[in-house]
Design a protein. Structure first.
Length: 325
């Protein structure tokens, strides 16, 4: 069904906060989208954003129709991007947002289901891996038609930092941050490449950059959101553009490999929940999870990250999700 709908090219954004509107704004220079529907618990906010964005269409590449709407628009929508939820506060971890944002996510997805939505659902609320699982349960959609933004932004940040350190273009760095979009994420350095050359071999030959230095770069990337939030209270431009990139992959059936939050079916030895793994993203959502050969250390980190998420869901959200079991 999702593939058949792509020709309509209608997108719904649920949540007109900073992240949602950064995503919406980024669509102004994306051609080929027919309609963008803005939905928010505050209908006046959605209407105001519609009016403001529409003014920018005069100078943009896009010819899409922008309007404030509601959940009745869901039935013929191709892609829903869900950003609704409370924002992370200074000093707060993503996992500390669980209960409040899970309730918001559940309510939004139940309304999508009630209004016949049968497209692709992309989740960006934090903690994104857990919110994606809640969205899957509440929406009634197929597992691969629901996925989260995962580690897409973190991975892009990492590639840029590695490229700067090695003095090459970021497009030639092939690396993935995996696991929770949060403190238990990790980089599989054994599966990182500079062009077609394994990074570890590259470092052995060059001997001017150590793996320890690159690990320090990763830690800075992992904690970058905390620093931005400390300085300006929120982070939204980067994830807004990352969401646009994910949406275009679906709309154009690009089958690009992205570390989105995907439902695990044993590809890394774990089952039943969502977590960030390199996945092929196309018009049918997550079309395949790429199984990288992890080292023993990498597998331990993956297991720890997955188990952290699973434990949080089982301990914090069992009552909220009981009706879906």
């Amino acid at each position: 069904m999702a593939q058949e709908k792509i020709s309509k090219r209608k997108i719904m954004l649920i949540g007109c906060g900073f992240v949602g509107m950064s995503f919406a704004y980024s669509l102004l220079n994306e051609r080929g989208i027919d309609e963008l529907v803005l939905v928010d618990v505050n209908a006046d906010k959605a209407k105001g954003e519609e009016m403001d964005l529409a003014d920018a269409l005069v100078y943009s590449e896009s010819k899409m129709k922008i309007r404030a709407g509601d959940y009745t628009d869901a039935k013929d929508t191709n892609i829903v991007v869900l950003t609704a939820g409370i924002a992370q506060k200074p000093g707060q971890t993503r996992l500390e947002l669980v209960k409040i944002n899970a309730g918001i996510t559940k309510n939004c997805c139940e309304q999508l289901k009630a209004n016949g939505f049968d497209g692709i659902l992309i989740v960006a609320g934090n903690p994104v891996d857990i919110m994606t699982y809640v969205a899957y349960k509440a929406s009634g959609l197929e597992k691969n038609h629901v996925f989260g933004s995962g580690d897409v932004l973190d991975t892009a940040r990492l590639r840029v930092e590695i490229a700067h350190r090695l003095n090459v273009t970021p497009s030639n760095i092939h690396a993935y941050i995996m696991g929770e979009h949060g403190d238990s994420s990790f980089v599989s350095w054994a599966n990182t490449y500079v062009g077609a050359k394994n990074l570890l071999e590259y470092l052995d030959e060059k001997q001017n950059v150590s793996l320890g230095e690159l690990q320090e770069l990763y830690l800075n990337v992992r904690d970058k959101a905390y620093k931005i939030i400390e300085l300006k209270r929120a982070t939204y431009y980067g994830i807004g553009v990352a969401l646009k990139r994910i949406v275009t992959c679906v709309l154009n059936n690009e089958r690009a490999i992205m570390p989105v939050s995907s439902f695990q079916n044993g590809e890394y030895g774990k089952y039943g929940y969502y977590i960030g793994t390199p996945s092929i993203v196309g018009s049918n959502g997550v079309e395949e999870i790429i199984s990288l050969p992890l080292t023993y250390q990498d597998q331990d980190m993956f297991d720890h990250s997955f188990d952290t998420l699973a434990k949080t869901i089982e301990e914090e959200l069992s009552d909220l999700l009981a009706e879906y079991n």
